[in-house]
Design a protein around this ligand. Structure first.
Ligand SMILES: C[S@@+](CC[C@H](N)C(=O)[O-])C[C@H]1O[C@@H](n2cnc3c(N)ncnc32)[C@H](O)[C@@H]1O
Length: 234
């Protein structure tokens, strides 16, 4: 939990040791995803969905421009944390330094309007609540390689969620693992598989790398590049 709160609500420059060379060059990942989505979303977008929203930062960022944002995550504890930030504007957590040493830290999102425009629900991206409706913009950040049925998500779920002319931003480092996805359902060349699966309903608008730093403790980080692709519904 603390790892995700730090990942969402602290800047990489606050997390890296002082003077670390990467500090100025990596953005906060959930915020970068939201801004990339907003750059390509329809001008008059009114509804957005953040699937696998974790502790909520990208949902709040999207709600700076889009008046209704729904954030859904499988983890009830992540959703509880997102709701706490939504209610109070901040949530205290303990950031791991080393061993059992922690330091108190705060997840904050002080701007009230985006917080009011966001609804958080716990749920499964493969079995979404009926009546959710369709969206102008959908974000699925680092989600597909966590799903037991990634192809079902691409071929059956996404087309029904996105309005014609609307967009979806997928990001993933394609870290396939049998902890989440049976080996028989891993994609071999993930980008090509996604393109084939989406081809009947979506066209590719944009593709880029999105780097991120996930902090384990004060001297240990995972440095990863997500493949970010934006698709427009016909
Ligand atoms: C790697 S994290 C990415 C979180 C967030 N989007 C980000 O970029 O920081 C994957 C998230 O997807 C959630 N998740 C996994 N399986 C899911 C499912 N079937 N439906 C909804 N959320 C799911 C996890 O609880 C976790 O919060």
């Amino acid at each position: 939990m603390a790892e995700y709160l730090a990942f969402h609500y602290l800047e990489p420059s606050q997390l890296l040791p002082p003077g670390a060379p990467l500090a100025g060059s990596i953005d906060n990942f959930p915020s970068a995803c939201a801004h990339l989505l907003l750059r390509h979303a329809p001008k008059r977008a009114s509804r957005a969905l953040d699937l696998g929203c974790a502790v909520g930062r990208s949902s709040f960022e999207i709600a700076r421009r889009i008046p209704e944002v729904i954030g859904i995550d499988y983890s009830k504890s992540f959703i509880r944390a997102a709701k706490k930030v939504q209610k109070k504007g901040r949530l205290r957590f303990n950031l791991l330094e080393e061993g059992t040493n922690t330091r108190p830290s705060f997840a904050t999102f002080p701007t009230t309007t985006p917080r009011k425009r966001t609804t958080f629900l716990s749920g499964d991206a493969l079995h979404l609540p009926s009546g959710l409706g369709s969206f102008d913009a959908v974000l699925a950040a680092n989600l597909i390689d966590r799903l037991p049925e990634p192809k079902k998500f691409l071929k059956q779920i996404l087309p029904s969620l996105v309005k014609p002319g609307g967009i979806v931003l997928l990001t993933s480092p394609y870290t396939w693992s049998s902890e989440f996805t049976p080996r028989s359902r891993w994609f071999k060349d993930s980008f090509s598989t996604i393109r084939m699966a989406l081809r009947p309903s979506f066209r590719l608008l944009h593709r880029q790398n999105l780097p991120f730093l996930l902090r384990e403790h004060r001297r240990k980080f995972q440095f990863t590049f997500s493949d970010a692709t934006i698709w427009q519904r016909f």
